[in-house]
Design a protein around this ligand. Structure first.
Ligand code: 3PG
Length: 204
């Protein structure tokens, strides 16, 4: 059976990683990304308004909104209460993983090495964010990790660009990639939709 997080990972080739300071821009940005073909959105809990941004974006037609930069069970619960449909973390801790499993949340924890993956497997997890992907060794590191862990699948994030996303997506172990390049401060909505359209054409 396909797990809920795998369904999210297979929905679109690219997950925009969003750092949004202004609640008023949340719905228009989400709509611009969905219109461009990227419905899966990761709202990082890095701004004071992030939970409100999740609420606003979750109400946009077609958007599948998750929370990123979730560091502990308290933030997990806040994100789920705000309407997050999946949870992303830069790392993998026992308290967070156990809380995510307990709440039956679609959960994508970050890993960067074999020991992280083994701790995840012990907890019953086998879908991970590979983070920070480029500075942890890039595609060569991912291939090396896929040797001993052939059934594990990844969403590499961190340092991925429009120019390199396609190479990552060519890897069998990669279901999708994450990146912040889709939405940067000052971009207009047409520019965001165009970025999304280009990214949505990338295929596994
Ligand atoms: C993340 O939290 O996933 C990263 O900050 C995104 O990395 P990028 O800015 O290099 O795309």
């Amino acid at each position: 059976m396909t797990s809920p997080i795998e369904t999210v990972m297979r929905t679109a080739p690219v997950i925009p990683v969003l750092v949004i300071d202004d609640v008023a821009s949340a719905a228009p940005i989400a709509a611009a990304l969905v219109a461009g073909g990227l419905p899966v959105l990761e709202v990082t809990l890095r701004t004071p308004v992030a939970l409100d941004v999740i609420r606003e974006m979750a109400a946009v037609d077609g958007a599948i909104v998750g929370a990123g930069t979730v560091l502990n069970p308290a933030q997990l619960d806040q994100a789920l209460d705000a309407g997050a449909q999946f949870i992303v973390s830069p790392g993998l801790t026992d308290p967070l993983a156990r809380a995510a499993i307990d709440r039956q949340a679609a959960f994508l924890p970050g890993i960067a090495n074999a020991s992280d993956i083994m701790r995840g497997l012990d907890l019953g997890l086998d879908r991970f964010k590979f983070f920070p992907a480029e500075s942890s060794g890039g595609i060569r590191a991912l291939r090396a990790l896929s040797g001993p862990f052939g059934d594990v699948r990844f969403c590499p994030t961190g340092g991925i660009t429009p120019a390199t996303a396609g190479e990552w997506l060519d890897e069998e172990a990669v279901l999708c990639v994450g990146g912040s390049w889709l939405v940067k401060a000052g971009m207009d909505m047409d520019g965001i939709t165009k970025n999304a359209q280009r990214a949505a054409q990338l295929r596994r």
